[in-house]
Design a protein around this ligand. Structure first.
Ligand code: 9MG
Length: 270
């Protein structure tokens, strides 16, 4: 459904009161719609709608609350635009309702490990992004430890791809994501970025680094001041093969990725 021969941008639309960077900004329907429209006009190929924060320390919300947050937004954006929509959720009930409301992709930070999640995706016909997370958001940053983070994350994603294949989710519906910041230290995140090119052998790679705390650790800036570092790291990820960049700052990232794309086209021309 999307040409991934060059890197594309996924714009973040959190309809939550407590996300780490934009919590509360787009919580009412009118501002969520406007923000989706602006991101789409700025060149986002996908809008990722989330109704539960996955920041470190975040608590899970009840299914009905998540449904009440995301479904009206998905219905509204779908009724006025053809932009691809993904739903950021780990709950099978939300996956099913979101796809029925017009979502095209399930973006699951839990890689379809919840009971019933694999079935919900097979039956919905949606594409899916399988992300690696060690632990759960509430506790994941408590002393994460790996012998070899790249190999362990690759092994995990390989197993989740196999689980998808076994229930009949076709390869062309699958994306993988190493899960920057999800149960990883700064060093783990840098090792994953450095080794990102190894993930493309599994499936097209989605990378989410935008405004994350690793960038705060490196630059000393708060979330609002991390745009330049976010754009830089999106370019580095794209150069290492990432095909979808999940970002807050759509216009700046689209501009930067045009340069990566132009270089890719130059190389392809010989
Ligand atoms: C929901 N969400 C927050 N961070 C993310 C990331 O890095 N990747 C994906 N796929 N989803 C994310």
């Amino acid at each position: 459904m999307l040409d991934l021969s060059y890197p594309r941008v996924m714009g973040i639309l959190n309809v939550t009161p407590d996300s780490f960077s934009d919590g509360g900004l787009w919580a009412d329907l009118a501002s969520a719609r406007r923000h989706a429209e602006r991101m789409s006009e700025a060149g986002a190929a996908i809008i990722d709608v989330g109704g539960e924060s996955t920041r470190p320390g975040a608590m899970s919300v009840p299914v009905q609350q998540e449904l009440d947050r995301v479904i009206p937004v998905i219905e509204a954006v779908r009724s006025e635009s053809d932009v691809l929509l993904s739903v950021d959720t780990s709950k099978p009930e939300v996956m099913r309702a979101a796809v029925a409301a017009g979502a095209d992709i399930v973006n699951d930070v839990n890689a379809l490990r919840a009971q019933g999640a694999l079935r919900a995706v097979v039956e919905s016909g949606a594409a899916v992004c399988l992300m690696h997370m060690r632990g759960e958001p509430r506790t994941m940053q408590q002393a994460p430890c790996y012998a070899d983070v790249v190999t362990e994350v690759l092994d995990f994603l390989r197993q989740r791809l196999q689980a998808c294949a076994m229930v009949g989710i076709e390869d062309n519906r699958l994306l993988v994501d190493p899960g920057f910041g999800f149960g990883k230290t700064l060093r783990h995140n840098l090792q994953l970025l450095d080794g990102l090119d190894r993930f493309s052998a599994l499936a097209p790679v989605l990378a989410g680094l935008s405004r994350k705390s690793m960038l705060g650790e490196l630059t000393g800036r708060d979330a609002a001041g991390r745009m330049p570092a976010s754009v830089a790291v999106a370019v580095l990820a794209a150069e290492r093969g990432a095909r979808i960049l999940r970002v807050h700052d759509v216009a700046a990232t689209v501009d930067a990725l045009r340069i990566v794309t132009a270089l890719m086209e130059l190389e392809a021309d010989g």
